[in-house]
Ligand binder design. Sequence first.
Ligand code: SF4
Length: 457
Amino acid sequence: MKSLQDNCGVFGLCSRTECVHDIFQGIDFLQHRGQEYCGISTFDGGIHQVSHYGKVANIFKYEELEYLKGRWGIGHVSLWERQPVRWQSRAGEIAVAFSGNIINADELIKDMKGRGKAFYKGYNIEIISKIIMEEPDVVAGICALSRKIKGAYCVVVLTADGIYAARDIYGFRPLILGQDSNRYAVSSESRAIQNLEMDVVRDVQPGEIVLINDKGFRTLARLDSPRRAHCAFEWAYTASLDSIIDGVSVQEARNQLGGSLAQRDMDGGGLEADIVAAVPMSGIGHALGYHQRSGISYQEVFLYNRYADRSYTLSSQKAREKMAKRKLAVLHYAVRGKRIVLCDDSIVRGTQIHYKVRDLKKAGAKEVHVRIACPPLMYPCDYGISTRSYEELSARHYFKTGNIASMEQLRDLEAWIANQIGADSVKYNSLDSFVRALGISREELCLKCWDGVNPTL
Ligand code: SF4
């Protein structure tokens, strides 16, 4: 398992009929954004709420879905916190869910405690909710988030009026609106909307606050956005391949990133290889892009075990290694005697890719050339993705400080990483080619993982 994971996904839906089954499906389609907790709140004169530790598809009981009455509601999946959370506020009963991370959480808690507020555990959702509830209404509360919170967030608030949805003023995390003749929805990713057979309408804009009810969508405020800072990692890794974020298809972006890696090999005289393969599932779009640009055949070399599931948090390295083995079995017939180009999205510690290379070689691969869509990860994320610490970033073991300033430095690092993971060669996209392949202006992206620049400062 990689130590890069998004922490949450939010979903909201207003329907002419009971909404719970659509919300259940909506959060199931967002499960890849958070696998530990899930929850649904609906409004039916008051708020009904059920949340669980576990995955959406197999944790909600029939009676719970029956209990969640109402025509509008919100849902959440999370790696860290149980949400939505229900509150009695001066705006009436509300339920709140959010996706993101608060950098200045300690400072905010200290300030609020000093003003007499009590906290249960100091979870991010408590901070978000309390800031909202300090203001006279929900819109004023969401405006206050933009002034007080340093970090990234998308928030949905369930009320008697409908669902308030907002994206932070930088637009770090995606948030998308969809509709059909009977339903209006908001989702962390378009895939939930598409798979519920609704039309994708548009992205919520950074700083925009939208009310969703049975009359449709209404923009209630547009807060000033100093700049956009869409998380570039969404297209490379976090989002599902079938999503479209801020107008850019994730699949197309991954194909372009893989194509860019192939181009680098071609520009360097070409790489002699028999097959291009992916580390499932995150490397598939990149590997297909490499194959399309290079003309080298695409082949599966790992069989993904869809029944290998995580029923508890794996704390030890040994347990993680065992789980990784259960998840991906080598297809020996495809591998034996082959020179393989193996594509993946990124390298964090390098442990997992090391195992993959070792397994392929054990199965008889002649050569394994690793190609990585993202540039080397140099900085932890502050905005909701857990890269944990500098120590865990393998590139930092080579470059102790600073950034990679030239192709020569990148090549030195690649040779060192290849040696560490036992690959015949390693190549990454440089930061310039990464941004070019995404096709989004550099000024509109957060690239802090690679350049260390915090876009909010
Ligand atoms: S630091 Fe990296 S993972 Fe975090 S928001 Fe920026 S680009 Fe995304």
